[in-house]
Design a binder for this molecule. Structure first.
Ligand code: SF4
Length: 470
């Protein structure tokens, strides 16, 4: 006769006899990552007051109502925010290098009672009063993606990996976008390089990938795969999976963070992704989604349902965050983000130290902040769910572990990296934002004659293999 198994959930609520608890009872506050906002209260925004739940949960309604003009966005906010905020944002948009694109879902997640400090507002709506001058060493396309592109929209930098940009539109436009040189429509500030959907350009990219046997790993980014039609997703995945050299494909989309509804209601798109993942599995190749959550407030009950759907279908999702001032630069926020991602089956893969991007100096933080955050995050959860903090070395050195600098001067904010397996013999320099440096460092940057001297000082600490000296 078999014994009836005990109800462990009920037993767990009582003090089970014979069990000695070495740890004190857990503080419920530490389980905050499980408390998700089930759905944002969209009806508090006057423009959405009559929107039904069915509409709000439908990706077609979300796409149709996505705001793509600054004047429309500000009109939607009338009565919700102060006139001062409207003026500030109007001027902010005039000076921004990125176009605007904000879904009603995102609009409803922002705390309009305190828009100046809201972490989502900070990422998508520029305010003139917060803008800071660009760092003097900044250049558009600071990662030199175009310099490493044998075909327009295909970057081949690492030996075994290439970045394919099939399109240049996204479901949202992020202020911090590294690819602001190409993504979105031209703005008053930036005339862009466009990578539109173009069969001929795609064909040349596929031919290049086929002709390079060392390529095994393709990142399909953009732009954003959310904006590809299902048949385009299928075409890209099937073409790449058929190439014998290709072993891994990563499809990048910020969609789950800004419009998770699409995963729940755009069945054709999700089926196309799932078919690609299944085909890859049959061919013993990996197809995964890479997404982009930056703040725990971006993860709601709708996100959980969307990610559970992908999880049920066996789709692996990894996350790449961008470290931003006021968004995720506090230890408690970063720890909550990491735990919450794990809770909805998204692997926290990378946290990028913010690239040097035009017009968003107010968003950047220091390398020191990244090192401090990493120390706090490590140990919070399992190692495989702990992100690596990286610096994408300006000038094309690729991603370097933030801790792997050869030299870091916290006064001038200059750090130096090397990338021996990417571009041997070269040195790559990252610059902290000047306004966060100690007064001594700020004073040196205020004097243009000091700029080269500070660079030379930093480089003198790192060996230059081309000269065979330190
Ligand atoms: S979704 Fe990605 S590619 Fe598009 S604007 Fe945002 S960061 Fe840039």
């Amino acid at each position: 006769m078999t014994a009836t198994p005990p109800n462990l959930i009920e037993l767990g609520k009582k003090a089970a006899p014979g069990i000695v608890h070495l740890k004190p009872p857990v503080d419920p506050a530490t389980l905050k990552h499980r408390n998700l906002l089930e759905a944002p209260d969209w009806r508090r925004i006057p423009a959405y007051a009559d929107v039904t739940e069915e509409q709000f949960l439908d990706h077609r309604w979300q796409s149709k109502k996505t705001i793509t003009r600054p004047d429309k966005l500000l009109e939607t906010l009338k009565g919700l925010v102060s006139e001062e905020f409207i003026r500030d944002a109007t001027e902010g948009f005039q000076r921004a290098p990125m176009s605007v694109r904000v879904s009603p879902y995102l609009m409803s997640l922002i705390d309009w009672n305190d828009p100046y400090h809201d972490p989502l507002r900070i990422q998508f709506i520029p305010l003139a009063s917060r803008l800071l001058p660009d760092h003097p060493k900044l250049g558009l396309d600071s990662l030199h993606e175009r310099a490493d592109a044998p075909v327009p929209g295909l970057t081949h930098r690492y030996p075994d990996k290439a970045l394919f940009l099939p399109l240049d539109t996204c479901p949202v436009y992020c202020r911090f976008c590294t690819r602001s040189y190409a993504v979105g429509i031209d703005t008053d500030e930036v005339e862009k390089t466009h990578f539109r959907v173009d069969e001929e350009r795609w064909r040349r990219a596929f031919e290049y990938i086929a002709a390079r046997p060392e390529l095994e790993d393709i990142v399909v980014s953009g732009g954003d795969a959310y904006n590809l039609r299902p048949e385009q997703v299928t075409q890209i995945l099937e073409t790449l999976l058929k190439l014998p050299n290709i072993q891994r494909i990563r499809v990048a989309t910020k969609g789950p963070a800004v419009m998770p509804q699409k995963i729940l209601t755009d069945h054709e798109w999700v089926d196309a992704v799932t078919r690609g993942v299944d085909l890859g599995r049959k061919l013993h190749k990996e197809v995964v989604l890479h997404t982009h959550f930056n703040n725990p407030n971006e993860i709601t009950g709708i996100t959980r349902d969307a990610m559970n759907k992908l999880f049920e279908r066996g789709v692996t999702v990894r996350n790449q965050s961008v470290l931003q001032r006021g968004v995720n630069d506090a230890p408690e926020t970063m720890k909550l983000l990491v735990k919450r991602l794990g809770q909805v089956h998204v692997h926290p893969y990378y946290v990028y130290v913010h690239d040097l991007v035009q017009g968003v100096e107010d968003l950047r933080t220091t390398l020191e902040t990244a090192l401090m955050l990493e120390k706090h995050v490590r140990g919070t959860t399992a190692g495989f769910n702990t992100p690596t903090f990286v610096v994408d070395a300006p000038g094309g050195g690729g991603k370097r572990d933030a801790h792997s600098f050869e030299y870091y001067d916290r006064i001038t904010g200059i750090s130096v990296y090397q990338a021996p397996s990417v571009k041997p013999g070269q040195r790559y320099i990252y610059f902290d934002p000047i306004t966060l440096l100690p007064p001594e460092g700020q004073a040196r940057w205020a004097d243009p004659q000091e700029h080269q001297r500070m660079l030379d000082e930093a480089l003198s600490h790192v060996s230059d293999p081309s000269r065979g000296r330190a």
